[in-house]
Design a protein around this ligand. Structure first.
Ligand SMILES: Cc1ncc(C[n+]2csc(CCOP(=O)(O)OP(=O)(O)O)c2C)c(N)n1
Length: 608
């Protein structure tokens, strides 16, 4: 049987079939038919108008992370599609399933210099986007679409893939006939898990003297956080997490070590110094692409470990740990289930546990197990001023107290200090998400946009969720999507709390510049303080200003949740006099320039 519909309708159905109920984007001449098909009454998909295509792409990334389904962005031709480049790269590097539907000038008219025709100047969009996506489909006729339909279906269904679909503006409305019902293209279950490979992993787990695990947010993507803890806990395997996984593993477990990424927790640094490298015999890296690995001062300790098992769905991240790692391209849940089901491991459980316990007891005897010891100074009050660290810490504590455990908490942080503070001060709470950030490529402007996508995603999958966003004043100005919250009626009431860390400064680069050059760049500290509460109010959005930590209490949130005045913009006036935890990163940049490392005191002096 053949069914004829417009290409736009078929596409909308394909997107909906992947679990995506909302498409983000900015309309323009060459995408009109598709946008209309999404937005028209009765469509199975909602259209959310964004302020910028980069923001819309980050929204799709946040959406995909929360729903674990496809996130979708639509743009018009030329510059509009080009505006997605950094955000698409962010999604690709972080392994998020994002589709760009890009309407282009009809093929017959390209290169004639029509409005927005970048090709007339030799700028072919597909060439520019090729490196930032996994798959590309160029559709210049209805038959191009039917010919590529199977491959496109597979690409949209595959986890962790970014896809660019370029469609000539004249083709969206073309009738396409497809066999119906179509075959099921669900990818066959990964079969990388040969018995031989698993036997060798079991051998290592049974024989190796000491085992550590490094967990990334792939365990969240694979929805197997609980399975993972059920696997690690009885074996007492000490666990480090990446910044993005910091909120998904219970930090109160005795074998939780802390966060290992650009700015590691002290306990992780100490452990790696004591047992890292050749003294550790087995490292399990599960669900991490090691995106921040290259900038991590403690990375060399990991690379030296003789046995490494690296499990990820994206083979491109393999190799970062050296050639000797056993790389397994597979879903984290499948991996854990295989090990949990292993009768051999079950028989050796007590022996593995004893060895790990002995090693950790030895470590505990000489090291403080206080997770935040290095950061006490950050958290101590400075003349009553509110700092970013204290703010994030207070928000985490207050939300812990006032949210019931069945409410999901999405924590989204922008690049800059927000990301570091979220990774360090947002503690685990049962039912929470991982911390979402532009983890692998550190793209500023991600925060508010991805938080909008995350909140919409939670709403679309009907989970009881609150989304919290931490974003700097620089980050929000780079990608100001406040208008998105204001302009779309469907976003009213979205349970989103946006904390703007308003320190009148691009602190992260201000301090970095000073650390590297010996003096700050004056223009990165502003001689004015913007009023984001007023800005939000001018968009008609509920807003408050917070100047004092004592305002951040469980009652503050409870009252807010009761009033249901969402989304809420919280302008947090924080100090920019605090030296953030960026020194190790800045010292790496100094090393690149052949300069010797600074001590904390020297770093502080550069800012005087
Ligand atoms: C797209 C992009 N441009 C530039 C940077 C470099 N960068 C990192 S943090 C930062 C400033 C962040 O300022 P703000 O959002 O105010 O946060 P703060 O560090 O003050 O907390 C910049 C410019 C980046 N990471 N990504």
């Amino acid at each position: 049987m053949q069914l004829t519909r417009s290409l736009s309708q078929v596409l909308v159905d394909m997107i909906r079939e992947q679990g995506c109920k909302t498409v983000f984007g900015v309309p323009g001449a060459y995408s009109i038919h598709f946008v209309d098909t999404c937005a028209v009454e009765g469509s199975p998909i909602d259209f959310v108008l964004s302020s910028h295509e980069g923001g819309a792409t980050f929204m799709a990334q946040g959406y995909s992370q929360v729903t674990r389904s496809l996130g979708c962005v639509v743009t018009t031709a030329g510059p509009a599609a080009l505006n997605t480049v950094a955000a698409l790269a962010s999604a690709k590097c972080d392994g998020d399933r994002v589709l760009l539907v890009h309407g282009e000038i009809p093929k017959a008219k390209r290169r004639e210099g029509l409005l927005q025709d970048a090709t007339a100047f030799g700028c072919d969009i597909q060439d520019v986007l090729a490196p930032v996506v996994h798959d590309q489909f160029i559709i210049d006729s209805a038959s191009d679409f039917t010919d590529q339909f199977d491959r496109l279906s597979e690409a949209l269904e595959a986890p962790s893939r970014t896809t660019h679909l370029m469609v000539g503006a004249d083709v969206f409305s073309a009738p396409v006939s497809l066999p119906f019902p179509r075959e099921d293209f669900r990818a066959a279950e990964e079969n990388a898990d040969s018995n031989e490979v698993f036997a060798s992993i079991e051998d290592r787990l049974i024989e190796c003297e000491s085992v550590f695990a490094l967990i990334g947010h792939g365990v969240y993507q694979a929805n197997c956080i609980e399975d993972l803890q059920a696997f690690l806990d009885p074996l007492e395997i000490p666990t480090m997490v990446t910044a993005r996984a910091a909120a998904c593993i219970d930090s109160k477990r005795p074998y939780y070590l802390g966060q290992h990424s650009i700015f590691s927790h002290r306990r992780v640094d100490d452990l790696l110094k004591t047992y890292g490298g050749r003294k550790t015999s087995l490292l399990l890296v599960i669900g991490s692409s090691l995106g921040e690995f290259a900038t991590n001062g403690a990375a060399s300790y990991l690379r030296e470990i003789p046995n490494i098992v690296h499990v990820n769905t994206d083979e491109k991240c393999f190799g970062r740990l050296g050639k000797h790692a056993l790389n397994l391209k597979m879903d984290a849940k499948l991996f854990i289930t295989r090990l949990m089901d292993s009768p051999r491991l079950a028989r050796s459980r007590a022996a593995i546990r004893e060895r790990n316990r002995a090693r950790m007891n030895e470590f505990r005897a000489t090291t403080s197990m206080e997770l935040y010891s290095r950061l006490d100074e950050d958290l101590s009050a400075r003349n009553g001023e509110l700092t970013g660290q204290r703010l994030v810490h207070a928000v985490s504590k207050a939300l812990d107290e006032c949210l019931d455990p069945v409410t999901t908490l999405n924590v989204v942080a922008d690049t800059g200090s927000s990301k570091l503070y979220a990774a360090h001060y947002f503690s685990f709470r049962s039912g929470s998400r991982c911390i979402m950030n532009s983890g692998s490529i550190d793209c500023l402007g991600f925060g508010l946009s991805a938080a909008i996508g995350a909140a919409v995603g939670s709403r679309d999958i009907q989970e009881n969720a609150v989304t919290v966003c931490f974003v700097g004043d620089g980050g929000i100005l780079m990608n100001n999507e406040l208008n998105t919250l204001a302009a779309n009626a469907s976003l009213r009431g979205l349970k989103l709390l946006v904390f703007i860390l308003n320190d009148g400064s691009l602190s992260y680069v201000h301090q970095g510049f000073a650390a590297v050059m010996g003096r700050p760049l004056a223009s990165t500290r502003f001689d004015r303080q913007l009023d984001f509460a007023k800005m939000a109010a001018s968009f008609g959005l509920p807003s408050v200003t917070v100047e004092n930590e004592s305002a951040i209490t469980p009652e503050f949130f409870t009252a807010m949740l009761e009033k249901e005045e969402f989304p809420l913009i919280i302008d947090c006036r924080i100090s920019n006099k605090v030296v953030g935890p960026g020194l190790s990163r800045y010292n790496q940049v100094r090393a690149l320039l052949g300069k010797k490392a600074l001590s904390p005191a020297e770093m502080r002096a550069t800012l005087e």
